[in-house]
Design a protein. Structure first.
Length: 272
């Protein structure tokens, strides 16, 4: 049985935390229309992985540190590019991807970085599990403590400033939380499709038209379904779990959209 394999048990352990943490981060990114920041930072994590592998350090830790720096850099540059968010994302993306390609092409890596790009259930180690547990616990606790302020900022940042919310500080903290979510997800999902796990479950839950708390709840539910289906089916198909999980996320989003459309059509027919 597939669950008897230790590597699969490790992968499921990490996937549970990913499926909870990513929507918790993603809902604030989506509400603030910053979903592309998740994509930028997920690519930035590749540079952190490359640095970690080159220096014989844990690549997840390297990804967390470098992605945190890039997240803080985005927040810092926002004051200089207030009307050009896409431009500052391009700046950070160029910096991180350029760093990653330079290090990887130098031939100085002590391990192969391919598994981090596409995701692999075979590469999750016990040390990775500890890193994931620690980063996830800290991130979720921080989200709980700052939830009300972050919701306020997500809906109206300027009003939050007037109300005395420490917007700048919380934005810096949030950028580190995004880095944490990305770092813990790399092993399973992979860099190239990581942003889909942050945004797509939230996008699916938003179609239900519920309030904030229920949207967050359903985001986690859809995230669990996406990752677990992606993990198990990709194992039997012998494909990378990251890419297949992204496909399932899109498929479930489309399914929900079609279901909502059918329900709306039925309601219209009943009123005639």
């Amino acid at each position: 049985m597939v669950l008897s394999y230790s590597f699969m048990q490790n992968a499921i352990f990490v996937s549970v935390f990913i499926s909870i943490l990513c929507p918790c981060i993603g809902i604030f990114l989506v509400l603030r229309r910053y979903s592309m920041i998740g994509d930028t930072l997920s690519h930035a994590s590749l540079a952190g992985i490359a640095i970690g592998l080159m220096s014989n350090q844990n690549p997840i830790l390297g990804a967390f540190i470098f992605t945190s720096i890039c997240g803080a850099l985005i927040e810092f540059l926002r004051s200089y590019f207030k009307k050009y968010t896409d431009l500052l994302l391009t700046i950070v993306l160029s910096l991180s991807v350029g760093t990653a390609i330079t290090i990887i092409s130098s031939g100085k890596l002590h391990a192969n970085a391919d598994s981090f790009m596409f995701g692999s259930i075979l590469t999750v180690t016990r040390l990775d599990m500890v890193m994931v547990l620690v980063l996830s616990a800290i991130s979720i606790l921080t989200l709980i403590l700052l939830c009300h302020q972050m919701v306020y900022i997500a809906y109206d940042e300027e009003t939050a400033k007037v109300a005395g919310v420490k917007v700048r500080l919380i934005n810096y903290v949030f950028s580190i939380l995004v880095a944490s979510a990305i770092s813990v997800s790399i092993r399973i999902v992979g860099v190239l499709v990581l942003s889909s796990m942050i945004a797509l479950p939230v996008a699916t839950a938003l179609q239900l038209g519920k309030g904030f708390k229920l949207t967050l709840f359903f985001s986690i539910v859809f995230s669990v379904i996406d990752i677990m289906l992606g993990l198990f089916i990709s194992y039997y198909l012998n494909v990378a779990p990251g890419g297949f999980t992204a496909l399932i996320s899109v498929a479930i989003l489309v399914l929900v959209l079609i279901t909502r459309k059918i329900q709306a059509s039925i309601r219209i027919l009943r009123t005639k």
